[in-house]
Design a protein around this ligand. Structure first.
Ligand SMILES: O=C(O)C1=C[C@@H](OP(=O)(O)O)[C@@H](O)[C@H](O)C1
Ligand SMILES: C=C(OP(=O)(O)O)C(=O)O
Length: 426
């Protein structure tokens, strides 16, 4: 297995122009495909998750032109739902932002589709979404295990109506139903069962839908009312914001061993909730500068924090490894759904943090990290989880360096992460 050893880095500084947001790239591609008119997308993310969405759109007959650098894409919208008579299989890797929204859009399209993916995708629950779509007569069947992909979808025009959806495991299920709802023939009311997790991702969905001409009535994240029989209208041009989750590793590096690091491509008005990772760094003691077109973090003394990070589950992982450099323990609470992402992230994080010397308490839905007096060098297993690899790169800012197993797993969202990270060393 390939490994990457990072020698101790004593100081970091510089500027990083962020690759496009994964969450926005895959949403915009799907909305542009369904919209009336052409959409010119710039700063599209070039990573595995986005390739799976692009490949799916090709197989579904969507016309688009991708530039050579794969960050510009002109999409000719279908002006409505997909239509493809032949039975087709779409392989979606482990991309939640492809699997979940496509399941809903295809259930309402006249298609005959099988959705497959990597082995881990078959362990990531999807029943809450399938149950919701079945309430409006969607014809979706499980091909292996009840409640999990792979799925077979015998799509047909759906009517809309009352849809109750469990929001307690993933917001992506609600995102999926929201994005298809305006294209159903009748009006829909989507009611949330339980407490909705990862709420800021719903704000991304609603903001993008609005830019494509569709308004949703949001009743305090408990119910959403959407008129049916609509068509998305292309906004013409779309610049994808930088990825706020990807920004977290650079901002954390500055907080730990800056110098200052400035990330561009996002700023204080960004639509992604993960920009509030910078608030977590501020709470730990770092200096943060918020501008319209960048966020800059400068090192200061860091102290542990104890907070609920349900709203930013991806960037919250970066707090776990930043905690190794803070004074006193850090507790990251209400992150139960870490267990159903690329790997069981609560368990993986606890196991690997212990290897570098931390004392760790792994709760059902929280993790408590007490930093060691001295970090130890270790070889870190990454569990085919891009964020495990990127989070543990921060350990190189200690005195012992770190070895990252399978560093190429960052290809899911950030293929050139390690070269950018190493360029910041000074
Ligand atoms: O909608 C999105 O773009 C995402 C929502 C979050 O998932 P959950 O809603 O499952 O927490 C996040 O972890 C994922 O990386 C991207
Ligand atoms: C949870 C993640 O991905 P997905 O979109 O596959 O859910 C992630 O990127 O951290």
């Amino acid at each position: 297995m390939k490994t990457l050893t990072l020698n101790p880095i004593s100081k970091v500084a510089g500027e990083v122009h962020l690759p496009g947001s994964k969450s926005i790239s895959n949403r915009v591609l799907l909305l542009a495909a369904l919209a009336q008119g052409n959409t010119q997308i710039t700063n599209l993310l070039d990573s595995d998750d986005v390739r799976y969405m692009l490949n799916a759109l090709t197989a579904l007959g969507v016309d688009y032109h991708l530039s050579e650098c794969r960050t510009k894409c002109d999409v000719s919208g279908l002006g409505g739902l997909f239509k493809r008579a032949e039975a087709t299989t779409l392989f979606l890797g482990n991309a939640g932002t492809a699997m979940r929204p496509l399941t809903a859009a295809l259930a309402a399209s006249e298609v005959n589709i099988t959705l497959t993916g990597e082995p881990r995708m078959y362990e990531r629950p999807i029943a809450h979404l399938v149950d919701a779509l079945r309430q409006v007569q969607a014809d979706i069947s499980y091909l292996e295990t009840n409640g999990f992909p792979p799925l077979h979808i015998k799509g047909k025009l759906l009517n809309g109506g009352q849809i109750n959806i469990d929001g307690s495991i993933s917001s992506q299920f609600l995102t999926a139903v929201l994005m298809v709802a305006p294209l159903l023939t009748g009006d829909s009311t989507i009611s949330i069962i339980g407490e909705l997790v990862s709420k800021p991702y719903i704000d991304i969905t609603l903001a993008l839908m609005q830019r494509f001409g569709v308004t949703v009535e949001n009743q305090d994240y408990k119910a959403f009312i959407i008129k049916g029989g609509q068509c998305y209208q292309s906004p013409g041009h779309w610049l994808v914001e930088g990825d706020a989750s990807s920004a977290s590793y650079f901002l954390a590096a500055a907080a730990i061993k800056g110098g200052s690091i400035k990330v561009t491509g996002i700023g204080k008005h960004a639509v992604q909730g993960d920009i509030y990772f910078a608030d977590a760094l501020e709470a730990m003691g770092a200096d943060v500068e918020w501008a319209d077109d960048h966020i800059k973090v400068t090192r200061n003394r860091l102290v542990g924090i104890d907070r609920d990070y349900n709203a930013i589950p991806d960037a919250a992982m970066t707090i776990a490894t930043t905690a190794l450099f803070a004074e006193g323990p850090t507790v990251i609470r209400n992150v139960f759904n870490w267990r159903v992402k690329e790997t069981d992230r609560l368990h993986a994080m606890a196991t690997e943090l212990r290897k570098v010397g931390a004392t760790v308490e792994e709760g059902q839905d929280y993790i408590k990290i007490t930093p060691p007096v001295k970090l130890k060098h270790a070889s870190i297993a990454t569990y085919n989880d891009h964020r495990m690899a990127m989070c543990f790169s921060l350990v190189a800012l200690g005195d012992a360096g770190i070895t990252i197993e399978d560093p190429d797993c960052t290809a899911k969202t950030f293929p050139n992460y390690f070269s950018l990270f190493q360029q910041l060393a000074c």
